[in-house]
Design a binder for this molecule. Structure first.
Ligand code: SF4
Length: 293
């Protein structure tokens, strides 16, 4: 008796399922049950060719209005990695990352790929912790940076360190690097720094890309228009780019903001930068409220 009741229950469940499919306009089932589906119940809907889809298809997004604003970071974060050969994140051990960065730094130190090699006294590779989740990127070494062999060590660097400290980060929580590794200066005044030009940045690009690939950070902060342009390829003014998340190479969240040197000239913009850095802190799971100011 028990077995018979179970069989009846199974038949009822199967019948209810088939009726539901037929009500949805499904005429045949794939695989081994087409005839059963066809006989389950008289078809009362239009043929399957003209029947409505079981799952409504969302309308296509409206064409872009021409705005350059990127999609929200939540959507960007779901973007698949670019390039089939992209390695999984944090695939390198700390030791291996440091070893490979040292090899790259040695390669940079003997580089003659662009004219800046002829006037440098030394290359400037980076400072900070290579294992840090957060990487700051500037445009190139200044005179002070070249003298000391580390990026962001002058007044702008001191302000950057204060900003990083205000984020609740210590010395081991950030890594600081530049797009080019040799100092560029005005030919008429060798004491005056200048922005690296497009050719110099293009020549140094393989080092820059490899360095970021090895670092594999959780977030990037682009400091100033030149660095942000190198990271994004966008020529949109930094005043419009800052404060909005972008993606570097389709997968690393990038926050563009003003360069600390600009803040020294325009201290009223510090509030904007702090707002940008608070977004970075939130993305890294840090509490931004106690140091809000
Ligand atoms: S700036 Fe870069 S590409 Fe140019 S010489 Fe220095 S390391 Fe080489």
């Amino acid at each position: 008796m028990e077995t018979r009741r179970e069989l009846l229950d199974l038949v009822r469940a199967a019948r209810a399922h088939l009726e539901a499919l037929a009500d949805s306009g499904v005429e045949q089932l794939p695989g081994r049950l087409p005839s059963v589906a066809a006989k389950a119940t008289p078809r009362t809907r239009a043929p399957v060719e003209s029947a409505p889809l079981l799952v409504p298809v969302a309308p296509a997004p409206a064409p872009s209005s021409g705005t350059t604003r990127p999609p929200p970071i939540e959507a960007l974060a779901a973007t698949p990695r670019v390039g089939a050969s992209a390695p999984p994140r944090r695939v390198l051990s700390s030791e291996e990352r440091r070893r490979q960065l040292q090899v790259l730094s040695d390669e940079v130190a003997s580089c003659t790929r662009c004219p800046l090699h002829a006037t440098r006294t030394r290359t400037v590779f980076a400072r900070g912790n290579p294992d840090a989740e957060l990487v700051f990127v500037g445009e190139g070494p200044t005179r002070e940076d070249e003298l000391q062999g580390e990026p962001f060590v002058g007044p702008a660097g001191e302000l950057l360190d204060k900003m990083i400290g205000a984020m609740g980060c210590g010395r081991d929580d950030a890594y600081i690097m530049t797009v080019v590794k040799c100092r560029s200066f005005e030919p008429a005044d060798p004491t005056k720094d200048r922005k690296p030009d497009a050719g110099e940045m293009a020549a140094c690009r393989p080092f820059f890309d490899r360095q970021l690939e090895l670092l594999d950070p959780s977030a990037l902060v682009g400091l100033g228009a030149t660095a942000v342009q190198a990271l994004t390829g966008s020529t949109t003014p930094i005043t419009r780019l800052r404060g909005t998340w972008r993606l570097f190479k389709g997968r690393v969240p990038l926050m563009p903001t003003f360069h600390p040197a600009y803040l020294l000239r325009s201290p009223d913009k510090k509030r904007d930068v702090w707002d940008d850095l608070k977004q970075v802190m939130q993305r890294l799971g840090k509490d931004s409220s106690p140091k809000d100011r």
